[in-house]
Design a protein around this ligand. Structure first.
Ligand code: AMP
Ligand code: GLY
Length: 422
């Protein structure tokens, strides 16, 4: 089969490498891909948000199947557009991708169907939001309704911080139309767990759990980023927690989307917090997480393409989805200064890989033989090992062998997961 993959980050590199292992995979095109992904398949510089460009490419090359991973094209309806010209896709249609595209939609859905989440109120006028925020308890969590590159969440510790967030989101519109409505929600506490799950709209099969490290600096300090590293499995996701999530969150979510006439086909990402009262949904994403995918897919022992085709065919219950019992760790190497200002264009030198090691390129471009940094998150150094402690050690050893000027990584990825639980 000839497959079209949309996206160009470390997540897509991991998806391309996993698809290539399938017996049925003959050819992959990646749009736009990046300077690292070109080592694994053909890349063309068509942006993931250029829906017309992608549709034209698909008409010309007639792929047998497409895999759409980034949030923007999913929410903009790329799957609908590709399916309309006869290209079957892995990924939700726009009417289901709204689970990530609108936090107001997903909060209303969870409230309607009794899915555990933070209590919350929605506001469409800054005056009303501010008058509520004068009397609420702090910290309070303020969220822009729409997509905001993972930056649309503010944890306000007092009214003055809340006021700034409301002004930025609703008045100055720093996230554009995404801030037309905002949510003010209860602050939850507890370890966070990411669970990616395959679902065909009826059956749901969770993948191995993972833990992201969203803040830029050690000790979970500094600004929020797309994710500075991940480990899998997440030790807080015990068998009991998993069963409870399945019963109280996963199955009810799939059923709710079905009942709303918005069947979700693709990868559904549950951002969970394990509170004293049990697991609660922090957010849904309508896609694979980045860098969660970089630790989850290396542990997948089944054929990713077979699973994706079964999802599209509504036959997920007929395929085997098996994960290794091993552990994985991904250390993100970023350009120093990310997620704010940083310099790019430095040459990257990569070591030869040994068994159990992977390097997924996220932000790099190729210039002749050279690979140059071209983004905030440059790459992920991934190791798979018998246990989490060894995976973390191996991933750091691999990261230590990668060189480029201005490289920055956190030094405590996995530390919280390895700490004895309290
Ligand atoms: P999100 O973009 O929705 O993933 O939120 C970014 C981060 O904000 C999450 O990973 C959490 O650490 C934090 N967060 C979001 N909602 C809440 C909440 N209700 N209580 C505490 N922390 C939250
Ligand atoms: N790593 C978080 C995300 O993909 O949204």
């Amino acid at each position: 089969m000839n497959i079209l993959v949309i996206g160009g980050g470390g997540r897509e590199h991991a998806v391309v490498k996993a698809l290539k292992k399938s017996k049925r995979c003959e050819k992959i095109w990646c749009l736009p891909g990046n300077g690292g992904i070109t080592a694994d398949c053909e890349c063309f510089p068509i942006k993931a948000t250029d829906l017309d460009g992608i549709v034209a490419f698909a008409k010309e090359h007639a792929p047998d199947f497409a895999v759409v991973t980034p949030d923007d094209p999913l929410c903009m309806g790329l799957v609908d557009r590709l399916e309309a010209i006869g290209v079957p896709c892995f990924g939700p249609r726009a009417n289901a991708a709204i689970l990530e595209g609108s936090k107001v939609f997903s909060k209303d859905l969870m409230q309607k169907y009794g899915i555990p989440t933070a209590t919350s109120r929605t506001f469409s006028s800054p005056e009303e939001a501010l008058s509520y925020l004068k009397t609420t308890t702090y910290p309070a969590v303020i969220k822009a309704d729409g997509l905001a590159l993972g930056k649309g969440v503010c944890i306000a510790h007092d009214f003055s911080e809340a006021q700034t967030a409301v002004r930025e989101m609703m008045v100055e519109k720093v996230f554009g139309a995404s801030g037309t409505r905002i949510l003010v929600e209860e602050f939850l506490e507890g370890p966070e767990i990411s669970v990616l799950a395959f679902t065909d709209g009826n059956t749901i099969v969770p993948m191995v759990s993972s833990m992201d490290h969203k803040r830029a600096w050690d000790g979970d300090e500094g600004p929020n980023t797309g994710g500075m590293g991940t480990v899998a499995p997440n030790p807080y996701y015990t068998k009991e927690v998993a069963e409870r999530c399945m019963r109280e969150i996963f199955l009810p979510t799939v059923a709710a989307m079905h009942a709303e006439g918005r069947p979700f086909l693709g990868c559904l990402y549950f951002g969970l917090m394990l509170t004293r009262e049990g697991p609660k949904v922090i957010e849904y994403n309508c896609r694979f997480g980045d860098p969660e995918t970089q630790v989850v897919l290396p542990l997948l022992e089944s054929d990713l393409l077979e699973i994706m085709l079964a999802v599209r065919a509504g036959k997920l219950h007929t395929v085997d989805v098996k994960f290794s019992e091993k552990a994985a760790c991904c250390i993100v190497l970023a350009s120093r200064g990310y997620p704010k200002k940083y310099d790019m264009g430095y040459e990257i030198s990569l070591p030869a890989l040994e068994a159990g090691e992977e390097i997924y390129i996220a932000g790099a471009k190729r210039e002749g033989e050279k690979l140059l940094t071209a983004g905030g998150r440059v790459l992920g150094a991934v190791a798979v090992a018998e246990d989490l402690a060894s995976a973390v050690r191996k991933a750091y050893a691999l990261a230590g062998k990668i060189n480029f000027e201005n490289a920055y990584m956190r030094s405590d990825i996995g530390a919280r997961a390895l700490k004895p639980r309290t």
